[in-house]
Design a binder for this molecule. Structure first.
Ligand code: SF4
Length: 895
């Protein structure tokens, strides 16, 4: 990679989660890039989480796609784009506009999204453009539209800080939106009266700051919030002025919710009556209440109803759009909101306009001067790939996402792509599983090379700025789409030369024939100059023409975007989750881990981030593990009718009995079989089309392995031994976990080290079934391989540090074969703080020596003092250790 300007600091935005933190990127003379949080950015005020802080470590070109390819062979832009335009045009001519589709992503910038949507809906004439944001927050969009008449997020991040009660529903904020979590954590310290309630079937890291954790049964949220609505009404805690002046449908919603019978709510949700009553009283008695909700609400076949059940309680209390009050959906991706603004979902139109509204279609067509505008909804993500499988889609363009990993029934998606006559993939990396299915591969610009805007969860538009040159023949996504549009004969409408021109057009459309009738209006920027766009500072919408930039909230005094400008209560009834069949008796829940992002194409490159959790796992409750004969560190198979994975067992009380949790990040690039979306079923919410990724009936069983292995290797192995493997980068090489069935052939397994010129030392006992080998070249370790009949007990952190060690003495060589860290290098244990590489053993030691708070642990070890992402884990460990110490003290006293 080459920098545009060495030593020049560029203000940009983090490409990961929907918090949308401002980043200062400064290319250094040695080719690296220094990354800091932007103290002036109003989303993060200088903070960055572990992922954001490690951005500089993800910019290498090792795996980059640098040139267009046709049929797996290097090509050039003209030939590749000619072919794309020809195949799309042919399909449209022969089979009609609905025979082609785009599948895009919340990773692309608003300008890219705008151009893709304009081409598909305004010029091709189909609405077959959908996005991976469908998997993330489509239920919130649908819920907002039902209640508010538009997809409006009413509040701002500041509301979380101003609230006296923050209810987090289906949101592991500590890991998924870490900087927002830190803002909340800080606010709670300054306002000790603030209460935090976490509603989540799992005990997550977010529970570290919860006053109350409601571990409800999956998909029973509607019962809980309907009960709350009834309780608010019965306890005279509703705001009658707000209800009467600004809303419709209260009586119907109350009727549907039924009377507040806490016993019934307890039965449905599995919560105790006391906890439910406490929660209801907290909400009823706290004016400044914010309800934050995220994927645990959205990723459900009843996701839209959950969203409306939550919103109903805020409409009933008038707690909306006022400082410290409101329902608040936080998005997963950095530009999910930008995608919504440009209409990048199959059921939306540009500028937050509605596809089903003839006047909106007329406005858009008039503004675009387009020959037509799609007049019916396109195929939503899951349906889209089902249509591909059914042969209805003849040409498909996938941008910045890997559907064979992230869509439900992911193996079915892979089958569909194999059968699709023409697949284009615009990608940054060659190491994405979907790349294998492309007829044409187009090299796209990565973070640092892109230029445009993104919108975060609080409607704040920020610039993502370029500070690196485009490597090879890489091009921006908007350019690729505009070129294809020109080649298809739509040149005049796609004659953009730079992203600023697209942004101006997007702003002008938002203002066009608007006059306050639509929520999304950034007309103030429709005449922004090139310099103005370059210097754009973060702002929240709406920003109408001539308005002064200001913090904005919606609906404190009604004025919704429905026909009669009234907010709508949506009567929702509780539907019991489907019954589990005997063959699939567990409920699979999926989600993120703290230091990884999506399919690891960026975060999987940095050893520092991988050190937090290097292997996919299944959290299983101890009672279930006991029944199934599963021990910690066994390999388990999690299986549904759609597919299966092999992952490591993590036996823990963090999950409820009968439930199992597996993270979503691992792909075929990193593991033998851990693509969990191959197991997730394709059932979707009927209103939003969002898949129920947090509720799939599965079976769980122990996969007996005859031997287990662990290795640290300087080189990536050409082949992986055994039936199970997981590869991860470490400083100076790789770590490999593996396991297999049958007699271990130690010599064959050892060939994984990949060099035949190294010195080898080995000790083994084939009868006892263990072997350890180490390989050196020029006194430096090339590989160390440990194989055993049981899961290998070698300290991972110690072993991973060996590859970057200095030349080793004979004694040190023997220590490696002993598989134990020497006394002068104690085992740090599993890494908790990835910034300073502090492990759980070190934290335990510090606590034993008197560090009885997160702050004191920080003073002692620096853990948690940089990005702060690990503070909640340190707190949990501290709580456990202090509890243990008290228990021991009690026992001693009793004895
Ligand atoms: Fe990036 Fe972390 Fe901020 Fe999210 S919280 S935008 S991942 S730095």
């Amino acid at each position: 990679m080459t920098a545009i300007n060495i030593n020049k600091t560029v203000k940009t935005t983090c490409p990961y989660c929907g918090v949308g933190c401002g980043v200062l990127a400064t290319p250094q003379p040695d080719g690296s890039v220094s990354i800091k949080g932007d103290p002036d950015h109003p989303s993060n005020f200088g903070r960055l989480c572990s992922k954001g802080s490690a951005l500089g470590e993800t910019l290498s070109l090792d795996d980059r796609l640098l040139y267009p390819e046709i049929g797996g062979k290097r090509s050039n832009w003209d030939s590749a784009l000619d072919l794309v335009a020809e195949k799309f045009s042919d399909a449209i001519q022969e089979h009609g506009p609905d025979s082609v589709a785009f599948y895009v992503s919340g990773q692309i910038l608003t300008e890219d999204y705008y151009v893709a949507n304009k081409l598909m809906k305004g010029f091709i004439g189909s609405a077959n453009i959908d996005t991976n944001s469908r998997l993330c927050m489509a239920s919130s969009v649908a819920g907002h539209k039902r209640a508010f008449g538009a997809d409006t997020v009413p509040g701002t991040y500041e509301d979380l800080e101003l609230a006296d009660l923050v209810v987090l529903v289906g949101s592991n904020l500590a890991w998924c939106h870490p900087v927002l979590f830190q803002r909340l954590e800080t606010a709670k310290v300054s306002n000790p009266g603030m209460r935090i309630v976490v509603i989540d079937p799992r005990q997550t890291a977010t529970c570290a700051i919860a006053d109350l954790h409601l571990a409800l049964k999956p998909d029973t949220d509607v019962a809980l919030f309907n009960g709350l609505l009834a309780f608010l009404a019965e306890s005279y805690s509703t705001n009658d002025r707000y209800i009467n002046s600004f809303t419709e449908g209260f009586e119907e919603a109350i009727q549907k919710a039924g009377p507040c019978e806490i016993g019934h709510v307890a039965e449905k949700t599995g919560l105790s009556r006391q906890d439910i009553a406490l929660f209801y009283k907290m909400v009823a008695g706290t004016e400044k209440t914010v309800t934050v909700y995220s994927q645990g609400v959205n990723q459900s076949v009843v996701g839209t109803d959950k969203v409306n059940a939550i919103i109903n309680t805020h409409l009933a209390t008038g707690r909306i759009g006022k400082p410290g009050m409101g329902p608040f959906s936080v998005t997963g991706q950095p530009n999910a909101m930008g995608g919504r603004e440009v209409g990048g979902l199959a059921n939306m139109l540009a500028g937050h306009m509605a596809l089903e509204n003839p006047q909106h279609r007329e406005i858009v067509q008039e503004f675009w001067k387009s020959p037509l505008v799609a007049d019916k909804q396109g195929l939503k993500a899951v349906e889209l790939f089902q249509a591909v499988k059914a042969g209805k889609i003849k040409a498909l363009w996938i941008m910045a996402t890997s559907p064979v990993d992230s869509l439900p029934d992911a193996d079915g998606v892979a089958e569909a792509l194999k059968e699709c006559p023409f697949v284009v993939v615009s990608e940054v990396t060659k190491s994405a599983d979907t790349v294998a299915y492309a007829d044409v591969l187009l090299p796209a610009a990565a973070w640092g090379e892109k230029d445009g805007t993104v919108t975060n969860s609080e409607r704040r538009i920020s610039r993502q700025r370029q500070f690196l040159d485009h490597p090879g023949e890489v091009k921006a996504d908007w350019w690729q789409i505009a070129e294809v549009a020109r080649k298809m004969g739509f040149g005049e409408a796609f004659s953009y030369l730079r992203p600023g021109e697209i942004f101006k057009e997007h702003a002008a459309l938002s203002d066009y024939r608007n006059s306050g009738s639509r929520d999304f209006d950034i007309g103030a920027y429709k005449g922004v100059s090139d310099e103005g766009y370059q210097d754009l500072t973060p702002f929240q919408w709406p920003q109408q023409v001539d308005a002064n930039p200001s913090e904005t909230r919606f609906f404190s005094e009604g004025d919704f975007f429905t026909k009669g400008r009234k907010g709508q209560f949506v009567p929702v009834s509780y539907q019991a989750p489907r019954k589990l069949e005997r063959a699939y008796p567990f409920i699979l829940n999926t989600g993120r881990v703290r230091d990884q992002w999506h399919t690891m194409t960026r975060t999987g490159k940095t050893a520092r981030l991988v050190s937090h959790i290097a292997e996919p796992f299944a959290e299983i409750h101890p009672e279930d593990a006991d029944q199934l004969g599963i021990n910690a560190a066994d390999i388990v198979e999690v299986k549904s009718p759609f597919g299966k994975v092999l992952v490591r067992a993590l036996v823990t009380e963090r999950v409820r009995e009968g439930e199992v949790y597996v993270p979503m990040h691992w792909t075929d690039q990193f593991a033998s079989r851990a693509r969990i979306d191959a197991v997730v079923g394709p059932e979707t919410d009927p209103s939003s089309g969002q898949p129920g990724s947090k509720f799939t009936p599965v079976s769980v069983s122990k996969k007996s392995m005859d031997w287990f292995g662990f290795a640290v290797l300087k080189h990536k192995p050409a082949e992986f031994p055994g039936d199970y493997w997981v590869l991860a980068p470490v400083s100076g090489g790789y770590r490999l976990e593996f396991a297999g069935q049958g007699d271990p052939n130690f010599n064959a397994i050892a060939s994984v080290e990949g060099t035949d010129t190294a010195d080898c030392m080995r000790v083994e006992d084939t009868t006892a079934g263990w072997s350890r080998r180490a390989f050196w070249k020029d006194d430096l370790l090339e590989a160390a391989i440990f194989i055993s009949k049981n899961p290998v007990e070698v300290s991972r952190q110690w072993a991973c540090g060996l590859l970057s060690s200095d030349p080793m003495s004979k004694k040190q060589r023997f220590q490696i074969l002993a598989g134990r860290a020497p006394a002068d290098r104690p085992d740090p244990g599993a890494i908790v703080c990835s910034c300073f590489q502090v492990g759980c053993n070190q934290i335990s030691e510090a606590v034993k020596n008197g560090a009885d708070s997160v702050q004191k642990v920080g003073t002692e070890l620096k853990a948690g003092t940089n990005c702060g992402s690990c503070r909640s884990e340190i707190q949990s460990q501290l709580d456990d250790l202090l509890k243990e110490a008290m228990h021991d003290a009690d026992l001693a006293q009793a004895g």
